[in-house]
Design a protein around this ligand. Sequence first.
Ligand code: SAH
Ligand code: SF4
Ligand code: F3S
Length: 449
Amino acid sequence: MQDKKLYIETYGCQMNVADSEIVMTLMTKDGYSLTEQIDEADVILVNTCSVRENAEDRVTARLNKFKKRKKEKPEVVVGVLGCMAERLKTKFFDGNTTRKSKVRIADLVVGPDEYRKLPELVYKAWHGEKGIAVQLSRVDPDKIGVENYDDITPLRTNGLSAWITVMRGCDKFCTFCVVPFTRGRERSRPLQSILNEIENLSKQGFKEVTLLGQNVNSYSDNNYDFTDLLKKSAEVNRGMRIRFTTSHPADMSDKLIHTIAAEPNICNYIHLPVQSGSDRILTLMNRNYTSSQYLYLIENIKKIIPGVSISTDIITGFPTETEEDHRMTIELMKQVRFDGAFMFAYSPREKTKAWSMTDDVSQAEKVRRLSEIIEIQNKISYENNLTQIGKHVEVLIEGTSKRSDQQLKGRTDTNKKVIFPRNGQNVGDFVTVKIESVNSATLFGTIKD
Ligand code: SAH
Ligand code: SF4
Ligand code: F3S
């Protein structure tokens, strides 16, 4: 046994959070203990995101901070994991990582499909050997040699809510998106193994699981599709909430919508990225739907799942986006009235198709459009939340509120954050809360006796 300490920092999407839990399992099995103090660490791992340039810049700035630690303690091993590792590979050894800043600090670089090699690579790094592993998984119809970490139980620390990766990779190739290049081809875990994992989590007292995939609704295991997986997951323990993310509009079947409506413990919340309201831009993005198809889908979802909450992702300033295209996005937002949206200024990514299109919307204009849609969305979110006043909602208590330990926080099944005074309840309890006031991001209320 060694008594070395591992510090790990995670950026990017939930899949990276789930991957870091797999990394923690692999490393603790190899004898490392975890620390949250960087100054105590013998190994520093950074799980990174490449989705936009500013995501990469944030990581680069962090890596430059770690240089200081390396100076104080040169034997510390620093490893870059995740999507930036996959995208930039040896550039972490020879510098020249991002446009704005350079780092030449990494002792090892490991992509998302090679984490099994980490303990060995870290061991080698102790002996002065820089290591790199950035092969993406094969996709074999017989599932031989396909990496999905199916046999590794993630090291989960919160005990209440668990991420479960059910499929990895993406074959959609939206023209703006780097994910298909950093995560490789789509592959799904066997259904039974996912159900076993939920069963185990249920026995450990977990109250919520979120099924994860870059395109979770294109999950497929032989004759089972995502609807089958979702339905069977819900049947494991009716007292557990089942969530899922992210769905692609083109794979959103009627069968899936009906299943969400029919199964009481599948949460009535769908994150359904639209990206733009202009058909011309949607085609350039290779999204495979039109704005009217998207609107029809939303109408259907709202009809079949009463009270459903829907959120989205939107990009402003995609190449050639005009003011008129932008207005169409605003029009769509006003028609759908999303409960929430993640909104971004377009950021060109190397290797993608859009990289070769001229990035002709100025940064200032992208940001102006972005601010405009953020303001519109905030207003809509607030108005949607206003309709919750006076309602009784079921909340899973997740912890104490940041502002006061006399206040608890939790979420509704529609994924809205709720804050209410503590009244003898515990984290992990389901309670009914009467909503009394709201803002655009949060509902406030009191527990109903
Ligand atoms: N698989 C998911 C999410 C992928 S990344 C999906 O298909 O919805 C999350 C979001 O980041 C995307 O939905 C998109 O809105 C945004 N995004 C991805 N690439 C981007 C880029 N190059 N510039 C700006 N935003 C981007
Ligand atoms: Fe990226 Fe599109 Fe795949 Fe989502 S569906 S990960 S946006 S390529
Ligand atoms: Fe980022 Fe990779 Fe996730 S690019 S969004 S960490 S899949």
